[in-house]
Design a protein around this ligand. Structure first.
Ligand code: PMP
Length: 443
């Protein structure tokens, strides 16, 4: 940890980037071809059956239908839905696929206004602003929120969009050890003293940036502790809920709801619509003043085409279903289901002897492979048995911490999960990645 922002960079090993790359190339050479182009180990182009609830990917190289364990479709809304789909089609007819305008030049439809109100209400903040892309929400908004003379303190495993936003802001950037509140406090203490009023500090502004669920680790943020430290040192909290909004919490309102944190204590709440809501775009929610300021200054609001109307309608409808405003209990059932599915799958994998990262309730569960050489074999064998998993390696993870990353959805049935467990167990034995003794099965 050099104090510079690492993002998804490889960690230490005492090696320079250059040597890590050479080592990685050597590993690729051992396969006789670049790992990333092993054609039968990856699903390069897929056809998706949208009415098949996250279950089917049709690979175009070899026609086979797969159980999809790689999609962020946490609540199953990225499929034909009895409430969302007809409304999205109506909005397509009424507003067309694109506004072809930025928000300030005629690209704000009644749907965009409704969406912002709906999102602010859902996440528990006075106001919200939506943008056409989650990635851009971080990378374009951070430079507007903080600049030269400001200090960003970022979790070492924050997403690349945060890393880019922080770098582009011109603020000084410090990194704290992943999800470690005590280290965050140490970094803060190096910069300011406890109780020092904001006006007497060497920094114009201090923003601490964390994620609700870390997408490569499956871990929940230590939010209550982090919020308490930020209060003590009067630092702002910026929370990226890309993987947690809609996916966790009793009513799907994310990690604040799950961990009992008052949303008033989180200054900026950011999230994306590409996961639990089955749509596109991103949001930022905060006080009326902050959102108004962003709407006047943020390039993503002023110069980028507004969210596609059918995508906006999809998000509004999905939130209504989650909240039961469609007149059914489908939303509550989905939330109960994703929690049940995630906790069942995680505990079964652990019983089999796999090393699974992350916390209970998190639908993201990385299975450690460690050696990147195991990636193609694991991926290929699962695919052969029609289970599609995503594998991640350097530079998205440190070089020797390669993993398969499973994403569980509310739309997976018990049969889907049992079949996937059977396949993963067999392939795990074959590839040699059961690092712990298996628990004897109870009869
Ligand atoms: N933040 C986090 C934590 C993410 O994981 C991602 C993408 N998975 C983004 C932001 C960017 O979101 P999008 O893919 O919706 O652009």
């Amino acid at each position: 940890q050099s104090g510079d922002l690492q993002g998804y960079a490889p960690i230490c090993l005492g090696l320079e980037d250059f040597y890590i790359r050479r080592l990685y190339n050597r590993i690729q050479d051992c396969f006789g071809r670049p790992i990333s182009s092993a054609p039968d180990a990856w699903f390069d182009v897929v056809e998706r059956y949208s009415n098949d609830n996250n279950k089917t990917l049709k690979r175009t190289t070899k026609i086979s239908r797969c159980l999809n364990l790689g999609s962020y479709n946490y609540l199953g809304f990225a499929a034909s839905d009895e409430y969302c789909t007809p409304r999205a089609i109506e909005s397509l007819k009424k507003f067309s696929p694109s506004t072809c305008s930025s928000r300030v030049d005629g690209g704000t439809t009644t749907l965009h206004k409704e969406l912002e109100e709906c999102v602010a209400n859902f996440v528990g903040k006075p106001d919200a602003m939506v943008t056409g892309m989650g990635y851009v929400t971080n990378s374009a908004i951070l430079p507007v929120l903080v600049g030269k003379g400001g200090l960003i303190i970022s979790d070492s495993l924050n997403h690349n969009s945060i890393v880019n936003g922080a770098r582009g802001s011109g603020a000084t950037v410090r990194v704290f050890q992943h999800n470690t509140p005590s280290h965050l406090e140490k970094v803060l203490r190096e910069q300011i003293s406890e109780g020092q009023p904001r006006t007497h500090r060497p920094w114009k502004k201090i923003i601490v940036i964390v994620e609700g669920i870390y997408s490569m680790e499956g871990e929940l943020c230590q939010l209550p502790e982090i919020v308490a430290i930020c209060k003590k040192y009067k630092a702002y909290v910026y929370l990226d809920e890309a993987h947690s909004i809609g996916a966790v919490g009793k009513t799907g309102r994310g990690v604040c709801e799950l961990l009992g944190v008052d949303t008033a204590d989180v200054d900026i709440m950011m999230g994306t619509f590409t996961k639990s809501f089955g749509s596109c775009g991103g949001y930022i929610a905060g006080s009326k003043e902050v959102i108004q300021y962003l709407k006047y200054t943020c390039p993503a609001h002023l110069y980028a085409t507004s969210v596609s109307p059918p995508a906006a309608q999809q998000i509004i409808s999905a939130i209504k279903v989650i909240l039961g405003e469609d007149g059914t209990s489908r939303g509550a059932q989905k939330l109960a289901r994703i929690r049940e599915n995630s906790n069942f799958f995680r505990s079964e994998l652990q019983k089999m002897g796999f090393e699974v990262l992350g916390d209970n309730d998190s639908p993201v569960m990385p299975i450690m492979l460690y050696n990147p050489a195991k990636i193609p074999a694991f991926s290929r064998e699962c695919l052969k048995q029609n289970v599609a998993v995503v594998t991640v390696a350097f530079p998205a993870t440190p070089l020797l911490l390669a993993r398969a990353r499973i994403c569980i959805s509310a739309s997976h049935t018990k049969e889907d999960l049992l079949r996937a467990l059977e396949v993963i167990s067999r392939v795990g034995d074959m590839v040699g990645i059961k690092y712990f003794p298996a628990e004897p099965s109870k009869q």
